[in-house]
Each structure stands twice: as structure tokens, then as C-alpha cells.
Design a protein around this ligand. Sequence first.
Ligand code: NAP
Length: 468
Amino acid sequence: MSGVCTAIELKRAGRHNFVVLEKSAGLGGTWWSNRYPGAHVDVPAPLYCFSFEPNPRWQRRFAAAAEIQAYMAHCADKYALHPHLRLGCAITAARFDENSGLWHIEVAGGPALRARFFVCSTGPLSVARWPAIPGLESFAGTRLHSAHWNADVALKGRRVAVIGSGSTAAQLVPPLAQQAAHLHVFQRTANWVLPRMDRRYGRADQLLAQLPPYARAVRAFWTQLLELGRRGFDEGTRMRKHMLRMAQAHLRRGVADEGLRQRLRPPYALGCKRIIYSNDYYPTLAQPQVELVTSAISHVTPQGIVTADGREHALDVLVCATGFDVQHALAVPITGRGGALLADAWAQGPQAHLGLSVAGFPNLFLMLGPNTATGHTSTLLFIEPGVRWALRAMSEVQRRGQRWLDLKPEVMQAFNDALQARLKTSVWAGCRSWYRADSGRNIAIWPGFTREYVRAVQAERFDDFTFA
Ligand code: NAP
């Protein structure tokens, strides 16, 4: 989505000399790859479109993956992006050449490209993570990862397992339970679940959404409401108490059995891991053909999963909803000034300045880079300011008659010291999650309000960069 947003903004700024490289066969990034049953966005759809391109066609407040893909296709058509798109084109390496001031970008099976500016929009949740469970490879049935779904795999009447209990599992489990003869849900950690305030958007909603003032008001409403939700991550706030009460009531309503409820109570503070928004996850776990397994997984055999209590769970299909390798999401070797590899600079985990710039990597703009994720709002609210900054920086390089700009290392250091100090005393410090690298450093979360990020990007100063 950030790649498409960049392409649109480039065109709107009158810049047409660019290409968009996409390794998948279609647009949509995460929404192209994640095709598991039940995939939908967990923020209200009026906030899950670009501010300059409202979508009056949403069919639900929490839109399904297919609707989001359709929206992306609409954007590509409307803004005439097709001549710029190279679908099925994977970058294999990128190297900055100091002499020419150009990025050399190698692509699989084609000639290398040279570019003045390199906007890297590969997404933090793009490399599927398989669990490190002994024997996983030996499983003789069908093994799937939620991020590489195969819709041809038959599930009806079969014994199916889901490993994981995060946002993806919570979306997958209800539709799988409708098909499987028996569904085992392997939960290592129980998560916080809040109601999803979903509803269908009928004809009247869609007609009203075509009126710009109405569309703007709906968007402003959700922006402010979700921003208010950010307060829920701070200890002692009224919002936090309210969210805790909501979560407890939601569990009571969804699961009648106190024994099951007990196993669904999270062992960590609300918000430390991503909150799940679902109305059907709890009731599904209470269904007779669904079994929540909380004994730790010991190993996988050709027939199924063996847990620490000695039970063997016989299976036909094993689904891993085990998330993404966020630490190594930028899987392509990227070389900056002096031959420095980004992977080496990020040995302790990715870091950047406002998620956008990395010292020593000139004219590189990361989209949704380190520490730009939130647990409370739409990621698109972070994409748009980042794209605007990239365009502003490009213009400035050209206005000065220079070839590149590079962030000063001391600026990046000071920014990350302050960011990490703030994160250390936050709710996100208290548990293991994809927000944190192996080193323990939080590499994903923007700890503040959205408006703080937007203002910080708007206030970005060219004095913090060297030009050459
Ligand atoms: P995740 O949040 O990282 O959850 C992975 C799950 O797998 C966790 O429950 C984890 O348990 C479990 N797990 C990992 N390795 C395991 C092992 N070896 N044994 C047993 N359990 C294991 O991944 P996700 O659910 O795919 O979600 C990732 C992010 O994607 C979300 O936080 C969200 O930001 C995004 N997402 C968004 C939407 C949306 O609606 N927009 C939908 C889906 C996902 P532990 O908790 O114990 O580690």
C-alpha cells in the first residue's frame, strides 16, 4: 500500500520517471499474500484508504481482504499506475554508488536498474515465520502457513490444527471451525480480545459516503476515536480501565465455561502484544468440535502434534499462524556508503530515524520502517506523512543541485536513544512479541500518538542531513 501511495503522490507531483517493482503477481502487498479464510482488516475501513481517495464502496466497516485488494486495483486504474508497474519482479540486491550518487538495483532475471532515489516499501510483515518445532518437516499431512494459503487444500471433515493465537489465528479459527471435523487450537500465550464494532455498510451508507463532507466527517470521527484508544496503553488511565472492563465482559459473554475462560486470560498487560478485535473467536473456541490446547507443543510427528502432557493429536492439516520475521523483513542485501551492509547496521535489530531514513544509506526512504507500527490505529496514517517526506526530500536534493542527502549519524543515535528510553517504561516492554528483536530492543512500535508522528515528520529538518 505504501508503494502504491508513493506512486500516486509522485504522479500528483508531476514526476513520471519511476518504476514500481513488486515481487508478487498483483498489487496489495500484505493483502495480496494473506489469503487465509476470514482475512480482514482490524481497523475501520474509512481509515483504511488514502485520505485523498475515499472509498464509498466498502461493504463492511471491517473490510475483507478482497475488498481492500479491489480498492488497490481501483487506485492503480484511477491514477494510471499500470505503465509504471513491474509485477512479478523481485529485487535481489541494492547498492548505493557514491561516485554516481545512484542506487544500483538488481532484479531477478532481468537487467539491473539505476535510480537516483530508492523508496523501499517491502512491509514489516512480509516474511512468514515458521515455528521452530522439532519434527515439523516430518509431518505427513498438509502443512500450511497462514501467509502462504493454499485454497485448494480440502478442510471439510478433516482434523485440522492451528498453531498460534494472534490476530491471524483469531481470524482463521472461526471459518476453519465451520469446515473441520475437529479443530485443535494450540495456544502458547492467551491474548487480549476486544469486541469488533463491525457492521455492514448498506446502500444508504454507500450513497452518503459519496458526499465529501460526510466521508470527511466519518474519517475524522474514526481518526479521533482510535487516537483516544492510544490512552489505553498508559497505566492508570480511564481509557485503560474501560478497555480492561470491556475485555473481561467480552470473555464472560463469549465463553460460559470458567475452566476455559481461565485458560484464555492473558498473562501479560493489555496492549503489550497486539490486541485482537473479534466477535467470533471466543464463541468458536467454546464449540464442541473445537479444542483449545494449552499444553506446550513438544514435537511434531508424521501423524500429528505431541504435547508436553504426552498426548498425540492426530491431524490431517497443520496450519501455522505463527506470524512474521520482522527483524529480518528486509531480506534483500542493501549496501550503503563505504560498502556498509544494512543487515550489519541492524545486527541488534532494525532502527531508523522516524522509520524513514538510515544514516549511511543516502536517498533511501523506508516506508513503514522501524518503529512506525501502532496498536491503536490505521497504518495508512503513518504511510502518508512518510511518502510526503520522501517527495519533499527528493525535491530538496534537486533544488540544491545535489545528488543525494544522508542522515547525520548523531541525529539517528539521539532519536533512537530517546525512543528506546520511552519504550523501556511503556507497556510494550513487558512481554515477548513481534514488536521486539532477539536483542530485546523494540523495533516496531511508535510509542506515541499518531499526531506526534505526523508532526515530527512534518518538522523534519534538512539541517539533520548532509547533502552532496
Ligand atoms: P503474531 O501476532 O506474531 O502471532 C503468532 C502466534 O504464533 C502467537 O500466538 C505465538 O505465540 C504463536 N507461536 C509462534 N511460534 C510458536 C511456537 N513455536 N509454538 C507455539 N506457538 C507459537 O502473528 P499474527 O497473528 O500473524 O499477527 C501478526 C501481526 O499481523 C498482527 O499483530 C497484526 O499487526 C497483523 N495482522 C493484522 C491483521 C489485520 O486485521 N489487519 C490481521 C492479521 C494480522 P506467543 O504469543 O506465545 O509468542
